[in-house]
Ligand binder design. Sequence first.
Ligand SMILES: *Cc1c(COP(=O)(O)O)cnc(C)c1O
Length: 417
Amino acid sequence: MVIDHGIARSHRLGGVLPDERGRFGRYGGRYVPEGLMAALLDLERTYLAARNDPRFIAELDELLRDRVGRPTLLHQIPRFAGALRVPGVRVYLKREDMTHTGAHKINNAIGQALLARRMGKCRIIAETGAGQHGVAVATVCAMLGLSCVVYMGADDMARQESNVVRMRLLGAEVRAVSTGGRGLKEAVSESVRDWVANLDTSHYVFGTAAGPAPYPWIVREFQTVIGRESRAQILKSEGRLPDYVLACVGGGSNAVGMFHPFVDDPGVRLIGVEAAGRGGHEHAATLNFGRPGEVDGSYSYLLQDEDGQISRTHSIAAGLDYPGVGPELSHLKDAGRAVFGTATDAQALRGLRALSRTEGILPALESAHALGYLLDVAERGELPPDSVVLVCLSGRGDKDLHIAADGLDAPEPDLRT
Ligand SMILES: *Cc1c(COP(=O)(O)O)cnc(C)c1O
């Protein structure tokens, strides 16, 4: 089955372009104040020119190679696969945790920083929740000599103090946001306010494949490096495409970046894994339990109550704790091209412990949701024998040690390998 996206195709960085209004099917768009329209159109024009400019692509590729450490490894995890207890199953990990700064976010941060420079802007604004995106942006700004302001909710700053120190050491100014819920939502609002006031000098580096057009498209394009490398690597080692591709879903950037190069391969099943949190109403599983609405400048699935108020979310993984999701994943869901499962906090911790013990790799709690989901599916007898499974390991777990340590006294996962 090939999905007809009804939108133009391009071959340069590969992919499905959004239509002229920046929509993926019925999702996306630009729901922003008039003052931002020109800046968004300028960003779109700049990117369209950059992606056809061999010098831009060459500089991006060089930085990804020399400063990020790409291509990242793709390899089998036979002891983890053994723990699934399904005959003949092979599991491959895409090691985004081995990039500089330890997560996929730097792929997008570098790309957007180069676009900022191309637009003649030498001041970068970014929002951050747990600090992962802020650290990636601060790192890139130090690398390229750009000045950097990161907005972060005051409560998040208290919770993620080490990332605040990291960003400051890297030369970024971290501004505490003390309004409203003192979290990511407020940090996004402050970033936009700063951007509108400083459009001539500043570019806002948005951290996930969501927000107003052209961000969902641009962020996806910079993250498709994950899927493009994986596709070539697995063809080389396996001689065929995988049966299943799994990635965790927060705003959706590592998932859509991994999925995109497989969208036209009908035999490859794309599975996003959202955070089911503590179960009940305490979750962040937008595509599973939300309905379409407007959030952060675009139309997409959203967790909201009957009155359209954005719901409070919970996940043990800070990077998944977000009520929205990018428009392209919403479109892939409605088109039936990707499906979305969930993993609870407990299942994610189980995934983290299992991978650590069987393979010596400590995954980020976000990525551990995909592993927990896989363990669960295998246990339910729903994973066919001889399947080839590709999992995006979006980040490393060092940032989550204080949370994972709490679970150390829990019963051991039953891993007979
Ligand atoms: C931020 C983050 C995520 C979630 O963001 P997406 O945009 O959905 O990819 C997942 N994993 C890690 C390690 C992160 O830092």
